[in-house]
Design a protein around this ligand. Structure first.
Ligand code: B12
Ligand code: SF4
Ligand code: SF4
Length: 316
């Protein structure tokens, strides 16, 4: 396929991605991200993946999407913002992390990517692709950097200069050549260390990785067991995920962004009081959260988190 067609298609993909609601989109050539191997292996050997065993498996696949999808040539990397000014109203209520507001992002992002793929297949028949968003162990943040979308801050999250860091990464792997963006090689953190200083549990390592054994996001979601007693006093009312390192980041203070309407918090959840959270029934849990990312944990885990975060002791 001549270069001009690749350029036109790449421009068309970015335009279509914008029409589908994605805030940012970049394109990278498939390769093995070998520069990540040492850091990744050290992280796993130190046990920093905690109980997320899948992160330690098939490292060759983790760094090379060519081993995940045969014939892979290009990666379209997208960002969909979940930044919102509308937050929970009761300042005493247990805190949800903002990425849980609204619909479960896995389906929203991959749904949009599949529509983008259908459009690509009309323009260039015969192309195959696969959509991912946090449903594989592909190194999504390094791919965001590779596609020119931004840099990984000291808190390890991908930051874009325009929209900050509160966005989901989506990846569409394609078996066709495209025109590629320049990787982001800059570091716009400068001398700032606010996220490291603000992290309630000291989970941020100096080499821009996170010790998941200490991270509240892991302790309240992925780690299905009880939260170790030493971390309970540091939860600060958080019951599902944690936004602290992103909230203090200057790049999130005034992002130039309109977040996806799918991620607006519902009136009912936004208005829940401490007592309503404490007495949340299994039925209400199902009704309120079955279509959100909170359905990732069982009712019992959420109730234990609520108990820990409110520091009540005993069981709910
Ligand atoms: C495991 C995981 C977690 C774990 C571990 C977090 C972590 N930072 O590793 C836990 C459960 C703690 C977690 C928490 C959160 N997560 Co999470 N998580 C993932 C997941 C599945 C894998 C990340 C991973 O591989 N970690 C292992 C480490 C070692 O890899 P890494 O962080 O990518 O860093 C590597 C390189 O970047 C490199 N590196 C860093 N800087 C530099 C510089 C140079 C020069 C080089 C060579 C390398 C390098 O070092 C590492 C080794 O290669 C990804 C989805 C995916 N498949 O990628 C989502 C993902 C990273 N999570 C996401 C989100 C939203 C969150 C939370 C904000 C949710 C919340 N509010 O609670 C928090 C943020 C906590 C934090 N500060 O990171 C988003 C981030 C979006 C973005 N804008 O970047 C992702 C991309 C999911 C998605 N599709 O949107 N998460
Ligand atoms: S999400 Fe919270 S606990 Fe995890 S690194 Fe960021 S501030 Fe620390
Ligand atoms: S808080 Fe500062 S150091 Fe941390 S990611 Fe943001 S700019 Fe970088």
């Amino acid at each position: 396929m001549p270069g001009k067609d690749n350029r036109e298609l790449s421009e068309g993909i970015k335009q279509k991605a914008g029409e589908l609601g994605f805030n940012i989109c970049g394109i990278a050539r498939v390769r093995g991200l070998v520069e990540n191997v040492v850091r990744l292996r050290d992280w796993i050997e130190a046990g920093m993946n905690d109980k997320m065993a899948y992160l330690a498996r098939d490292l060759d696949k983790r760094i090379d999407p060519g081993r995940v999808f045969s014939g892979a040539k290009s990666l379209v990397v997208t960002g969909l913002s979940y930044y919102s000014d509308v937050l929970q109203r009761d300042p005493e209520a247990p805190l949800l992390s903002r990425y849980t507001y609204g619909a479960d992002y896995h389906g929203v992002v991959t749904g949009k990517l599949n529509r983008l793929l259908e459009w690509i297949q009309i323009v260039r028949p015969g192309v195959s692709g696969r959509a991912f968003s946090d449903n594989s162990s592909i190194l999504e943040k390094p791919w965001g950097r590779e596609a020119g979308l931004g840099w990984q801050g000291r808190h390890s999250i991908l930051i874009n200069k325009k929209i900050g860091s509160m966005f989901f990464i989506g990846i569409l792997i394609l078996d066709t050549e495209l025109e590629y963006d320049k990787p982001c090689t800059e570091d716009y953190c400068g001398t700032c260390r606010q996220c490291i200083e603000a992290c309630p549990t000291g989970a941020i390592n100096e080499n821009r990785t996170i010790d998941a054994r200490k991270c509240i996001a892991n302790l309240t979601i992925e780690n299905r067991g009880p939260i170790p007693a030493e971390f309970v006093p540091h939860l600060g009312k958080r019951i599902f995920g944690c936004d602290r390192c992103q909230e203090v980041c200057p790049w999130n203070h005034d992002p130039d962004v309109v977040s996806a309407p799918e991620f607006t918090i519902s009136e009912e959840i936004a208005g829940m009081s401490v007592d309503e959270w404490k007495s949340l029934s299994r039925e209400s849990f199902q009704r309120l959260f079955s279509t959100t990312a909170i359905s990732r944990v069982k009712y019992e885990k959420l109730m234990n988190n609520i108990r820990d975060a409110l520091n009540q002791g005993g069981s709910l």
